[in-house]
Design a protein around this ligand. Structure first.
Ligand code: M6R
Length: 369
């Protein structure tokens, strides 16, 4: 069943190009318009939505954080992202104009299910972005948009994350189409770029051996930090989560802009820090700001492990290791940048002799609150 791979996780990392392609398949008509047949929410209701709240846990919540940047940018609808267990036990402001998007690989996560029930009781429409057909969360939601990642067996989520981002982006583009926020040709172009991501993810996987070798050389690390900005911030948090759950190493993801507000005090000689560098072609100053961050932490002794776009020579002087990823639009970069972090965590755990498919204390789906 592992298809010749060392572990289910390794197989599922390799399944990622397919997961992205399959999640996009069949979601446009002959004119290139997005059609979401499986969405059973009235179009008029979707047009009147004035707020989106994404509820999820763990990796699925990080997919939601990534999606927030894209959906707000494309649709100009405010998007909040909240851990399902926190949402349920405060007094969230939701009404009939709120669209709650519940993201879950298993469709069985009890924290997320309870939040879905709570949102519906308050009159919100709930749309589930779920990987497992016929699971409980879609059954209890108003609508479902399936991710087509195929079964995910390893406890650490990988291909589901890429499929969740892809599906949430399709949803964002669909809402933009419905509400007239974007011209049809802009939507078609973004979809084409999204379709092209499967090929680029494959390229990142093919470059995995260098990541593995680096991980093997770091098996004695006892704390690893991850920095990112914009959509790279949730990627940093996801990279840290992978390392915690697989290699039992204390890891933390930070927004790069927070460094000088505290976390830079953690940097001392030899401290490994991953940095996800935004595209140098973005219209904003994100790239140069993150490059300055790399310079700052390196000056304080950090060992910098940099994820950067092909051809980004600005990072070279400050990077101890560079993991190159293909060029992509800023919003799509997470689909590439997370892959070396997955491979790193898996390889480091393997080097420590740990079971990457079944990490201690964890279950694939958390069916208790
Ligand atoms: O099945 P779900 O997507 O609802 O699961 C949510 C989290 O429990 C899950 O993503 C967890 O954080 C993974 N072990 C992360 O690798």
């Amino acid at each position: 069943e592992k298809g010749g791979f060392e572990s289910f996780m390794d197989k599922e990392i390799h399944d990622q190009p397919q997961a992205v392609a399959d999640t996009l398949r069949g979601r446009t008509d002959a004119d290139g318009r997005i059609v979401l047949d499986d969405l059973r929410i009235d179009e008029a209701v979707l047009r009147s939505v004035d707020k989106i709240i994404v509820i999820a846990c763990g990796t699925a919540a990080y997919a939601g954080h990534v999606a927030k940047y894209a959906i707000e940018h494309w649709c100009r609808i405010p998007v909040e992202v909240e851990l399902a267990h926190e949402f349920r036990y405060r007094d969230p402001i939701v009404d009939a104009q709120t669209l709650v998007v519940a993201i879950s690989q298993s469709g069985e996560t009890m924290d997320t299910l309870m939040a879905v029930r709570h949102a519906r009781e308050q009159g919100a429409k709930v749309l589930a972005v779920v990987n497992t057909n016929g699971s409980t969360i879609p059954r209890e939601s108003d609508a479902v948009l399936y991710t087509h990642a195929g079964p995910e067996i390893a406890v650490a989520s990988t291909k589901a994350f890429l499929a969740q981002i892809t599906a949430a982006y399709v949803l964002g583009l669909y809402l933009a189409q419905l509400r007239g926020n974007k011209f049809p040709d802009e939507i078609a172009t973004t979809l084409d770029e999204l379709r092209d991501m499967a090929r680029k993810v494959q390229t990142v996987i093919e470059r995995g051996e260098y990541v593995r070798a680096t991980a093997r050389s770091m098996k004695d690390a006892d704390k690893v930090l991850f920095l990112g900005r914009h959509v790279g911030y949730p990627v940093a948090m996801e990279g840290a989560l992978k390392l915690k759950e697989l290699a039992y190493i204390h890891a933390e993801g930070f927004a790069a802009g927070e460094l000088k507000h505290g976390p830079i005090a953690l940097i001392d000689d030899g401290q490994p820090v991953f940095v996800v560098v935004p595209s140098p072609r973005g219209r904003d100053q994100l790239h140069s700001k993150v490059v300055s961050n790399i310079q700052e932490i390196r000056a304080r002794g950090a060992r910098t492990l940099v994820i950067a776009e092909d051809g980004d020579d600005d990072v070279r002087p400050y990077a101890d290791e560079i993991f190159w990823i293909p060029k992509a639009p800023t919003l799509l970069q997470p689909l590439l940048a997370v892959v070396p972090l997955q491979i790193f965590a898996m390889a480091l755990a393997t080097a420590k002799g740990l079971d990457v498919d079944q990490p201690r204390n964890l279950a694939k789906s958390v069916t208790v609150e």
